[in-house]
Design a protein. Structure first.
Length: 313
């Protein structure tokens, strides 16, 4: 068996590869009939495992639908039903599933578990979310920003001021931070000091990235992006976090400081009335759910790129 490229971190993709994936995603969305004819059977006979330890709606359904649309077959794998729940090692599980599947999406808590699986797997391993990163989501976010601001070339993205507001230490903020380094995006991450970007990432910071706790720096934002205050696995901190994050809510007052062309995005699920008001959710439903749809198109591009590496040539 031949070891193939994995998508564990957004850093596994070069700037050129990100551009390839985004362009193909936009093509899937804008030329549905043509792309269905060209790629509708590209994954025929291939099997994709969906190994999910964490709950999922968008990631699970978009990858499963994308696989079917491309002619392949998704297999849902609940960790509680597998032998790993009885102590089978990650090493052995990876070797077993590599002999049955052509690729696997893993959604889990510990990023190191995903890295260990990828170490022993001989099929492409794609990160469907860990506590550390969410690369597939952030690709969809960038695609959506390009669409909303009518940008065709990722080089022009540098002119857009993106402001992330919320937990700067979570997987979305981390993925935004890393992709902004690769694409040289104008990114400001605004979060309470105790929930700032992880220390190990700060040494990588570049001039185009601003890390702050000052909410007033949302001024002139072209994109405001937020996420839940309490990520999966941190439910015991919910009440504490609500008190700390209350001044970082995305609401009408905050939007008045942004640019006239500002759009609001949320990776979802949203807790209306906490990180974002119901009023703003409703007002920007078109952009927030555009990103939801774009998950499907990005997943198609990712599957083609990683399971059939010559499919874009």
């Amino acid at each position: 068996m031949i070891r193939k490229k994995n998508l564990i971190s957004i850093c596994d993709l070069s700037k050129k590869e990100i551009k390839i994936v985004l362009n193909k995603s936009l093509e899937f969305k804008n030329n549905k009939v043509q792309t269905n004819i060209l790629y509708g059977d590209k994954l025929k006979g291939k099997m994709l495992g969906l190994l999910f330890e964490k709950p999922s709606t968008r990631t699970m359904v978009s990858f499963a639908t994308a696989m079917v649309n491309l002619g392949g077959i998704p297999i849902f794998l609940n960790t509680e039903k597998l032998q790993c729940s009885r102590g089978e090692s990650i090493h052995d599980t990876a070797l077993v599933l590599s002999r049955y599947l052509n690729g696997i999406i893993i959604r889990t808590f510990k990023h190191c578990d995903l890295e260990e699986f990828a170490k022993y797997s001989t099929i492409p391993v794609i990160n469907g979310l860990t506590d550390s990163e969410h690369p597939c989501q952030i690709l969809s976010s960038i695609m959506t920003i390009m669409e909303l601001h009518k940008i065709r070339d990722i080089e022009v993205l540098k002119k857009i001021k993106i402001v992330y507001i919320g937990d700067g230490s979570n997987n979305i903020a981390t993925s935004f931070f890393l992709i902004s380094i690769i694409l040289e995006l104008d990114l400001t991450i605004i979060s309470p000091k105790q929930y700032c970007v992880k220390k190990e990432l700060l040494k990588l910071i570049t001039n185009n990235i601003n890390i702050t706790s000052d909410i007033s720096l949302v001024e002139n934002a072209d994109v405001i992006y937020t996420d839940v205050w309490t990520s999966m696995g941190f439910e015991s901190e919910k009440n504490k976090r609500k008190e700390i994050f209350i001044s970082y809510q995305v609401n009408e007052k905050l939007l008045k400081k942004a640019s006239a062309k500002c759009v609001v995005l949320h990776c979802l699920p949203a807790i209306r009335g906490e990180e974002i008001t119901t009023e703003i959710m409703n007002k920007y439903e078109y952009s927030i759910f555009m990103e939801v749809e774009n998950r499907l198109h990005v997943q198609k591009a990712i599957l083609l790129y990683f399971l059939v590496r010559n499919s874009f040539n």
